[in-house]
Design a binder for this molecule. Structure first.
Ligand code: SAM
Ligand code: SF4
Length: 339
């Protein structure tokens, strides 16, 4: 369906847990967070019911996220159920990769279409410093394993971190040179702990890559369901993408909404406001009532995020109410929202 600004909304990111087995510095405090608790998190049957209704209202693609989605027990069974829903075209997963190799056969069997692995560095010491765990070999193995799965689309997502991986852009991009996968650089957003980190811009990375790999040409091919822009480099099997919410704001073409682990339908990453679908579900309302709330939530999607209100270049703040995620770090952790 279309929102109030005529954008077609066909993509939902669903956080299946707020828990995680890593503590990435820009995402989760090293002491962890008090999990919202077992009963507070939507059950799988509740998620499936909601997604069925979302699909009757134009959602075609689901991304499963978290926290770390693979720590949620029984995740393949959720994927299997989602894949049966009429109208749903793809179910993908974003993961830190730690548990991925072991679960891959089950995930593939359940019908997983695509996987995004988050990896910001290829150096073991840095990986441990960023995430709190010396687990890089596990993630690299998961990446290798995924690339061997016929039909599975694989992407690597690296958040750009000025103090940690600025000098690794070329090495990270080279993964897309040598394998059938895309590498995407994600601009650090001032959400939760991310506020304390400086990223670096798309233009900067592109210039670095072009200095080594020659000129990149912007791809016109539709790739994935999101806002990334892609470049082709000579001799590369995969593409290099950028998701640059601040320096190349894409709100105008944003096609997504989010469902938090606690069942809040969040139409924009930044704003605290949303529709409490869990309360509705658990109060026993019928599908029509749920559908009305879903449609209202989607329709009211704010025009744009207000992150750039803090950085002079990008102009006006958004229109979605109070930007809690910007003001209060603990309330707006990315691990809770689902990235
Ligand atoms: N645990 C899973 C993972 O790491 O892929 C899924 C959840 S994580 C919140 C999803 C993505 O959000 C990761 O790629 C992570 O690097 C990214 N992320 C976290 N905080 C961010 C921030 N402040 N700005 C941009 N991306 C962020
Ligand atoms: Fe966990 Fe993903 Fe956040 Fe890292 S980015 S702490 S892996 S939720």
């Amino acid at each position: 369906m279309k929102d109030q600004f005529e954008r077609e909304i066909d993509y939902i990111r669903i956080s299946v847990t707020d828990r995680c087995n890593l503590r990435c510095r820009y995402c989760m405090p090293s002491c962890g967070v008090l999990s919202c608790g077992h009963d507070a998190v939507l059950r799988f049957d509740e998620m499936v019911r909601l997604v069925r209704l979302f699909c009757s209202n134009g959602i075609r693609h689901v991304k499963i996220t978290g926290g770390e989605p693979l720590v949620r027990k029984g995740l393949p069974s959720l994927i299997r159920e989602l894949k049966k829903l009429p109208g749903l075209e793809t179910v993908s997963l974003t993961t830190n990769g730690l548990l991925l190799s072991a679960m891959l056969p089950e995930l593939m069997d359940a019908g997983l279409d695509a996987v995004n692995i988050s990896l910001d560095t290829l150096r073991e010491d840095r990986y441990a410093e960023i995430t709190g765990q010396a687990a890089l070999p596990q993630v690299l193995k998961a990446l290798d394993d995924c690339c061997l799965q016929p039909g599975l689309r694989v992407k690597l997502n690296a958040v750009t971190l000025a103090d940690y991986n600025m000098d690794e852009a070329e090495e990270l991009a080279a993964l897309a040179r040598d394998r059938q996968m895309d590498v995407r650089f994600i601009e650090m957003m001032p959400v939760g702990l991310g506020r304390d980190f400086l990223g670096y811009s798309q233009d900067h990375i592109l210039a670095r890559l072009e200095a080594v790999y020659g000129p990149g040409s912007k791809s016109t091919e539709k790739r994935g369901n999101g806002p990334a822009v892609y470049y082709d480099f000579r001799g590369f099997i995969g593409k290099v993408g950028f998701i640059s919410a601040l320096s190349h704001r894409f709100c105008e073409s944003c096609n997504r909404v989010r469902l938090t682990a606690e069942g809040l339908l969040k139409p924009c990453l930044q704003y605290a406001e949303g529709v409490d679908l869990r309360s509705l579900l658990r109060s026993g309302v019928d599908d029509d009532t749920l559908t009305k709330s879903i449609r209202t939530g989607i329709f009211r999607k704010p025009q744009q995020h207000g992150f750039c209100g803090e950085t002079a270049e990008c102009g006006d703040p958004g229109t979605g109410g109070e930007p809690t995620e910007v003001r209060q770090k603990e309330e707006g952790l990315m691990s809770g929202i689902g990235g």
